[in-house]
Ligand binder design. Structure first.
Ligand code: THU
Length: 148
């Protein structure tokens, strides 16, 4: 199985744990590390809506908590509206929001890799492939602060 397809499958599994009762939009993310291990996340909404956390940010924060920000190679992201049973639906690829692009950039610059970003919907075979530099060109990051 391809790296992209595997990460999208893992992100879809992660999205089942989305806590998204307000938007009813479930997002899952799966981060591939250099040793082949995968760390996942899902969005965590809050009754105080503005406190909600995106799936990609949850996944990258978990990677950081494991001391492995410099090991990030790629990330898969999926999302879709939940049906009545709570299952994410739709086949249009979901791309990381602006804040998440910046969060992924922290890992990208520290790892020295132009991280691959694979985007898909909750269903279907379409995967949109990017490098982070395409989604966030000329990024501000740790290198600007002398951290590499
Ligand atoms: N969301 C993510 O988890 N990642 C993104 O990149 C975009 C948006 C979440 C936040 C919120 O829980 C729901 O999707 C609707 O915006």
């Amino acid at each position: 199985m391809s790296e992209a397809r595997d990460l999208i499958d893992r992100a879809r599994a992660a999205a089942r744990h989305a806590h998204a009762p307000y938007s009813r939009f479930a997002v899952g993310a799966a981060v591939l590390l250099a040793d082949g291990s995968v760390v996942t996340g899902a969005n965590v909404e809050n009754a105080s809506y503005g406190l909600s956390l995106c799936a990609e940010t949850v996944a990258i924060a978990t990677v950081s908590a494991q001391g492995r920000l410099r090991d990030v190679v790629a990330i898969g992201v999926i999302g879709g509206m939940m049906d009545a049973a709570g299952r994410a639906t739709g086949s249009d690829p979901v791309r990381p929001c602006g804040r998440c692009r910046q969060v992924i950039n922290e890992a990208a610059q520290l790892s020295g890799r132009d991280v691959a970003v694979y985007c898909a919907g909750a269903e279907g075979d379409t995967i949109a492939n990017y490098r982070l530099s395409q989604l966030l060109p000329d990024a501000f990051g740790p290198a600007d602060l002398g951290i590499a």
